[in-house]
Ligand binder design. Structure first.
Ligand code: NDP
Length: 328
C-alpha cells in the first residue's frame, strides 16, 4: 500500500512534532519540510529529508497528499490557510477561537475552488476538547460545561513577561484551582469567575541590577494577561530556568455535569489530558486528521471541515471492520 505523503509547512515546535509523529505512523511518510527561511539554515531531524523554500511549494504539487500547516495562529495561518487550501489538502491548528468562523469561511472558499479538503483548528483546544464539549452537551442537554487548562506553559503569557523592562527570560504556567475543579465535579454547577478557576505561576530571570519589586508589580497588574488572576512570581537563575522549565507540558479538563429523568439523576462527564509535550501531542492529533483529509479527498470531497465534521473511524489506521471487532 502506498503511504500518505505529508508536507510540513513551517518548522517550529509543532513542525518538529509532526516530523516525529510521522515516524510513529507507518502509513505515512515525510514528503518535504517547507520553510520561509533559507532552507540550508533549517536543520531537520530526519536524515535526507527535503527542505524546500515556501516560494517553491507549487513545484511539489504532485508529490504531497496533505500539507500540515504549522505556522502561528496570530499572523501566519490567516494568510497561509486560504492560500494553501487553493492548491493542497491541508490541516492546521488555528486556535484564535473568536476568529474561527471567519477563518473557516476563507479556507472553505479556497478549498472548494482548488477541489481540496482542509480541516481547520485541529489539536487539543480547539480540537479534542471541542469534541468532548460537543459530545457532553449533546448527551446531557440540561447541565453546565467547564474547561480548565493546565498545569501548562502559556506561550502568550510567557512572551508578555519577557517584554517587561528588566526581564531577561521568563516562563508562565496556568494552573487550575483544585477547589474549583472539585466543586464542578460535585455537580453543584457553580458560577465561577476567571479568578476562581485558574492561577498563574511565573518564573522570571531578572537582568542584573533590575528592580524585582517593580517587575513583580508590572506582571501582577498587566491588563488582560494577569490582573484578573491570582499570580505568583518567583525569581530564579537562568540555569534553573533551563534545568527545571525547558519542557512544554500542558493539559487540562473538560467537565460537564447535568441531570436526566424526572428525579433529576446527576451525571458527570470528564475528559482529561496530561501532556509532557504540548507540541508533540498537538502534532499527533494533526497527523490523525491528515489521514482523514486524505481519505475524504480520495472520495472526491472538497471544502473546509472542523473536527465536528469528521467521522471518528476516518482517523484510525485500522479498517472499519477491524475497529468494529476490536474496540467497539
Ligand atoms: P513556533 O513559534 O515554534 O513556530 C511558528 C513558525 O515560526 C514556524 O512554523 C516557523 O516557520 C517560524 N520560525 C521562524 N524562525 C524560527 C526559528 N528560529 N525556529 C523555529 N521556528 C521559526 O510556534 P509553535 O509551533 O509552537 O505553534 C504554532 C501554532 O500552533 C501556535 O500559534 C498555536 O496557535 C497553535 N497551537 C494550537 C494548539 C491547539 O490545540 N489547537 C496547541 C498548540 C499550538 P518557518 O519555518 O517558515 O520559518
Amino acid at each position: 500500500m502506498s503511504k500518505i505523503r505529508i508536507g510540513i509547512v513551517g518548522y517550529g515546535n509543532i513542525g518538529r512534532g509532526v516530523e516525529q509523529a510521522i515516524k510513529r505512523n507507518e502509513d505515512m511518510e515525510l514528503a518535504a519540510v517547507f520553510t520561509r527561511r533559507d532552507p540550508a539554515s533549517v536543520k531537520v531531524a530526519t536524515e535526507g529529508a527535503k527542505v524546500v523554500h515556501m516560494d517553491d511549494m507549487l513545484s511539489m504539487k504532485g508529490d504531497v497528499d496533505v500539507m500540515v500547516l504549522c505556522g502561528g495562529s496570530a499572523t501566519d495561518l490567516p494568510v497561509m490557510g486560504p492560500e494553501l487550501a487553493a492548491n493542497f489538502n491541508t490541516i492546521d491548528s488555528f486556535d484564535t477561537h473568536a476568529k474561527i468562523p471567519e477563518y473557516f469561511a476563507n479556507v472553505d472558499k479556497a478549498a472548494k475552488e482548488g477541489n481540496n479538503i482542509s480541516i481547520i483548528s485541529v489539536g487539543w483546544d480547539p480540537g479534542m476538547f471541542s469534541l468532548n464539549r460537543l459530545y457532553a452537551e449533546s448527551i446531557l442537554v440540561q447541565g453546565s460545561t467547564y474547561t480548565f487548562w493546565g498545569k501548562g506553559v502559556s506561550q502568550g503569557h510567557s512572551d508578555a513577561i519577557r517584554r517587561i523592562p528588566g526581564v531577561k527570560n521568563a516562563i508562565q504556567y496556568t494552573v487550575p484551582v483544585d477547589e474549583a475543579v472539585d466543586q464542578v465535579r460535585s455537580g453543584s454547577e457553580p458560577k465561577l469567575t476567571t479568578r476562581d478557576k485558574h492561577t498563574r505561576e511565573c518564573y522570571v530571570v531578572a537582568q542584573e541590577g533590575a528592580n524585582k519589586a517593580e517587575i513583580e508589580n508590572a506582571i501582577k497588574t498587566m491588563p488582560n494577561y494577569f490582573d484578573e488572576y491570582n499570580t505568583t512570581v518567583h525569581f530564579i537563575s537562568e540555569e534553573e530556568l533551563k534545568r527545571d522549565h525547558s519542557k512544554m507540558p500542558h493539559g487540562g479538563f473538560v467537565i460537564r455535569t447535568g441531570e436526566t429523568g424526572e428525579e433529576g439523576n446527576k451525571h458527570v462527564i470528564e475528559y482529561s489530558l496530561k501532556l509532557d509535550s504540548n507540541p508533540e501531542f498537538t502534532a499527533s492529533v494533526l497527523i490523525a486528521y491528515a489521514r482523514a483529509a486524505y481519505r475524504l479527498n480520495q472520495k472526491g470531497e472538497n471544502g473546509a471541515r472542523s473536527v465536528f465534521d469528521i467521522a471518528p473511524a476516518l482517523l484510525s489506521m485500522k479498517t472499519p471492520e477491524q475497529l468494529r471487532k476490536e474496540i467497539l
